[in-house]
Ligand binder design. Sequence first.
Ligand code: CP3
Length: 348
Amino acid sequence: MIQPQPVKPFLEVLSGNRQSVPPVWMMRQAGRYLPEYRELRAKAGGFLDLCFNPEWAAEVTLQPIRRFGFDAAIIFSDILVVPHALGRSVRFEVGEGPRLDPLDTPEKIRTLATAADFSKLEPVYEALRRVRGELDPKVTLIGFCGAPWTVATYMVAGQGTPDQAPARLLAYREPEAFAKIIDVLVQNSVQYLLGQLAAGANVLQIFDTWAGILPPREFERWSIEPMRRIVEGVRAKVPDAKITGFPRGAGAQLPSYVERTGIDGVSIDWAAEPSLIRERVQNRVAVQGNLDPLALIAGGAALDRAVDDVLANYAGGRFIFNLGHGIQPETPIAHVEQMLKRVREYKG
Ligand code: CP3
């Protein structure tokens, strides 16, 4: 006899069913604030060696679930595995972040491969299968990729920069060449996301960390439009695919972002304006967010107040509790526990 699948509270919210206690997870929940992560990371050697070892990647994905009982696990990987599969050189320097060969002239862009070597991403699929096999059925498994704009900012500059000026300049000076990078990323991200769904991901999150740095016209062209094409491309093959986005810093452009892209849920950063979100975003899609990661570092009464504010602002609607950006390595574990306790005691 087929057993009915237990419901996943996270997916319920994305399907429009508010939960009285909001589901919780944290951006970058597997990472350096956890001693068990640091231990495995030291054994693995390079960061990409950790990402591409299915056994280790699965273990690291499960660590925060075991410790905290989050409602969602996000597969341990990085947004820069797509440029890696496109044949770009990608390295992570300890304490410095990613380093790539800059793709910053039309001549270099002409040499960019149009199709990724997906065999390089097979370990990510294998890690997803392993995690899904071990996870409690009530826990949602999140697959992800970077949004084309954000991935392109690293590919063009060859590293993170404070304002992603190299990609912004290239997009003004050489819009056709830049559009080729975006198109290649759209097509390969669709394939990669479909592969993650086939391997057991229940939902797909697309991180556009650098969306908010764009003026409205460029936001429309380089953030909204590629995201809309990715959603359309994934749903052409998997019509009921659940997709969420994180256009960090999109602010007043969030309503048009959710409307135009067709996503099921959106992550908001801590600077979001509550009435705009409630009236023009949460009325359309589920909202995830938006505790300031620095309040989580601070702890104490400031943390309680910040958690209460987030709940008061959004938990009355379709809501998933999260941070407004990734957890920082220096965050005390006791503060994560304090946050979780307070969210789970919410009576709404
Ligand atoms: O737990 C999870 O959230 C899953 C794993 C995950 C990582 N990166 C692991 C990681 C996810 C979802 C990402 C996404 C990612 N990667 C984004 C978008 C989301 C965001 O946080 O803005 C971006 C912009 C990147 C690119 C990237 N990767 C940068 C800029 C850096 C260096 C900065 C840093 O935090 O060190 C990374 C490295 C990285 N990705 C680490 C982890 C755990 C740290 C590396 C290490 O452990 O040595």
